[in-house]
Write a protein that binds this ligand. Structure first.
Ligand SMILES: [Zn+2]
Length: 440
């Protein structure tokens, strides 16, 4: 049945997947391996041979005769010679220790039973010479598009008016590694394909430059719809390490103008059936330290947290960061010491459209925040007074930028009620609509 499907898919596949998805990975291998006899298991129409065109003796096998017919065509088109054989991956028609190297791109996940997958990997090991290496790819169960799918999926292929479904077994990292080790291999490296990205790449997109983020690893909570999915195997949470590593990945790339306010929802652990249960902040902190990566988010750099944690605090100086976001320009001013400890920040937006309800062109201050010792009006704390002065430094600089660099004549501040008096009495702003406004 499956063999027949691949025979039918072959002509379309030749065009659809004309180039290898793993070109950069395979090129790196060709560079490292240099020469020798190489077997391509489940070679289909052969695009993965290309990086090995020079210096290698090429062998390919596939169970679909049509795929092999196109592999012949492909090899002629790209001018390389290859020995092609129709065979099954669970029974390779080669003597023991025949090959120096093997590659198998997207093959093993098509094997429909566990035993078959084990036998296939044993066969791979058998035909490799001692010290030989293999490069294997399978579909990763944890790609976002499979999050809500079972382990075994049927992936459709449209051929004219006919839908052909191919069987896929979705592997998780630990499972693949276990199988490979069981077959007697040593795992040199296991990694996602280089073209595979988590959604966090979005930080490059000007429509996604958030001021703050909350990271909520999914928890399976009693009595929810998700609990049903979890119970019947339609949803499986990340294992602990994968989740921690993902959170570390996010924290390590988060831009300096973002505040990560929390990780993990406050749900009592007794209601949590699956997924992360306890606070992970300490584990993350410890592992990041181990791996020498830092979270540069606002929260992790705030003066208050750092002075409590015994950081040595230096003198603040002005740091400026400009970036495009959601159709305007953001100017992020901060006062930081040499360790990037944050004393205060100001977010100013320059946009072509006028601020709602305010006449004329203006710059908009969306946030002005000073971190420091708690400031109370009755208490005369010299450190607090000094920190209060920092707000003035930031605001003056923002006014200067708006007027000198952007020739704007008006500053508009989005202000809470409590701070309005501060802008009125110390800077001469007056209240207009929901804002405090001043001519520059
Ligand atoms: Zn952080």
């Amino acid at each position: 049945m499956t063999r027949d499907i691949f025979n039918q898919i072959a002509p379309g596949w030749y065009n659809f997947r004309h180039w290898s998805r793993f070109r950069s990975e395979l090129e790196a291998l060709a560079h490292r391996w240099q020469k020798g006899r190489l077997l391509n298991i489940g070679c289909a129409h052969g695009p993965d041979f290309l990086p090995f065109k020079q210096g290698f003796e090429l062998y390919g096998m596939d169970f679909s005769i049509e795929m092999l017919r196109f592999a012949r065509k492909y090899s002629q088109k790209f001018n390389f010679s290859v020995n092609l054989t129709m065979a099954d991956v669970t029974c390779l028609p080669y003597p023991d220790e025949t090959f120096d190297w093997a590659i198998s791109v997207a093959t093993y996940h098509h094997i429909e039973d566990r035993e078959g997958r084990e036998v296939a990997l044993n066969e791979l090991r058998r035909v490799l010479k001692p010290g030989g290496e293999a490069f294997i790819t399978v579909w990763n169960r944890w790609q976002p598009r499979f999050w809500f799918k079972p382990r075994e999926v049927a992936i459709p292929w449209q051929k004219k008016d006919k839908t052909l479904c191919r069987y896929y077994y979705l592997f998780s990292y630990p499972e693949l590694e276990r199988l490979v080790k069981k077959a007697g291999f040593e795992v040199l490296k296991s990694f996602p394909e280089s073209s595979y990205h988590f959604p966090i790449k979005l930080f490059n997109d000007t429509s996604f430059k958030p001021d703050g983020l909350k990271l909520y690893p999914t928890m399976v909570v009693e009595g929810t719809e998700l609990e049903k999915w979890y119970r019947d195997g339609r949803y499986q949470p990340y294992d602990f390490d994968t989740m921690i590593n993902l959170l570390i990945d996010i924290k390590s790339i988060v831009p300096k103008y973002v505040r990560i306010s929390r990780v993990l929802r406050d749900i009592p652990p007794r209601f949590i059936v699956g997924g992360l249960k306890d606070s992970v902040r300490d584990v993350i902190k410890q592992r990041m330290k181990q791996q020498a990566v830092e979270c540069k988010c606002i929260r992790c750099r705030e003066y208050g947290h750092r002075s409590q944690n015994g950081w040595e605090i230096g003198k603040p100086k002005m740091v400026r960061m400009d970036y495009e976001a959601s159709g305007g320009k953001e100017i992020f001013l901060s006062l930081e010491d040499e360790n990037e400890t944050l004393f205060g920040l100001l977010r100013m937006r320059i946009q072509s459209k006028p601020v709602a309800g305010i006449k004329g062109d203006s710059a908009l201050i969306r946030e002005l925040h000073i971190y420091g010792p708690e400031v109370s009006l009755s208490q005369r704390n010299p450190a607090a007074a000094q920190h209060k002065g920092l707000g003035k430094v930031l605001l003056r600089e923002a006014e200067r930028i708006a007027s000198d660099e952007f020739q704007l004549h008006q500053m508009v501040i989005l202000s809470g009620i409590g701070a309005k008096e501060y802008y009125r009495s110390e800077f001469g702003y007056s209240s207009q609509e929901h804002y405090m406004v001043k001519n520059l």
